[in-house]
Write a protein that binds this ligand. Structure first.
Ligand SMILES: Nc1ncnc2c1ncn2[C@@H]1O[C@H](COP(=O)(O)OP(=O)(O)OP(=O)(O)O)[C@@H](O)[C@H]1O
Length: 244
């Protein structure tokens, strides 16, 4: 289970005129217990969604307060937390590190499958399950954006995380690939936390968090949360100079 207790994220911002740096609040303080299997996070651009998502696996550490995953503190138990919580970025190129799909998935299996040949066989089987068997040995950059996102997901899932956090995993995809990735995520046995601008997808979650100006301003069942988010967006249009 993921628990945030008074988690606050701040950043030091340099003063362009050479004065002292200022501290900016990016998120929080947030107190949450995430127990549902499907959680969506929605909010305006720059509202703090990615910061919240990154807190969950220790990519961002709280400046004060704590974030715990199954009792492990992200500040002191980072590697153990990251083994439990897989993270999928918006842009798959941010996380695909090997030249070919089969090598990328095999790399994720290195801890659990010591034998190289067995690892490769399992990587090929995983790629076959998502329909990429015939792309396994192509250069990664030869895959389409949707195929690369599926590959990134497969590589993260190969590490067998208990929780998957996805930061806008379908934003760069067309409607067909969006449906493919949404279906894959929907069928996973793991807890999945998805940051999304896709309100239809958010409506399929069990719980939706609405983030605004670095705070969780609504937290509840999807239809009420999405309605609250729509109200928020129509009642506070972006005005010049207000973009965070
Ligand atoms: N390290 C940092 N230093 C200073 N400001 C930061 C830092 N990281 C994020 N921010 C700012 O914090 C705010 C929240 O960023 P975040 O990426 O969490 O927003 P978001 O809701 O995910 O936005 P989007 O939907 O556009 O991806 C933004 O204004 C961003 O510029």
């Amino acid at each position: 289970m993921i628990e945030l207790s008074e988690a606050l994220v701040t950043a030091w911002t340099p003063d362009p005129s050479g004065g002292p740096d200022t501290v900016t609040r990016l998120l929080g303080p947030v107190t949450l217990r995430l127990t549902e299997r499907r959680v969506a996070v929605v909010g305006a651009n720059g509202s703090g969604k990615s910061t919240l998502a990154r807190l969950l696996n220790g990519l961002v550490l709280p400046s004060s307060g704590t974030v715990r995953v199954d009792g492990l503190d992200t500040r002191t138990d980072g590697p153990a937390v990251r083994r439990r919580v897989g993270f999928v970025f918006t842009d798959p190129d941010a996380q695909l590190v090997m030249p070919t799909p089969v090598e990328d998935v095999a790399l994720s299996l290195r801890r659990s499958v010591p034998d190289a040949r067995e690892r490769e066989a399992r990587a090929r089987a995983a790629l076959a399950r998502i329909g990429l068997a015939d792309r396994a040995d192509l250069p990664v950059h030869a895959l389409s954006g949707g195929q690369r996102q599926l590959l990134a997901l497969t590589s993260v899932l190969a590490t067998d995380p208990d929780v998957l956090v996805c930061d806008e995993p379908t934003t760069l995809l067309d409607l067909r690939w969006r449906a493919v990735v949404d279906d894959l995520l929907a069928d996973l046995p793991q807890q999945v936390v998805v940051v999304t601008h896709d309100l239809d997808a958010a409506l399929h979650a069990e719980r939706v968090l609405v983030v605004d100006d670095g705070r969780v301003v609504h937290d509840g069942e999807p239809s009420a949360a999405v309605a609250a988010y729509r109200d928020l967006m129509t009642s506070s249009p972006v005005r010049s100079g207000e973009i965070r």
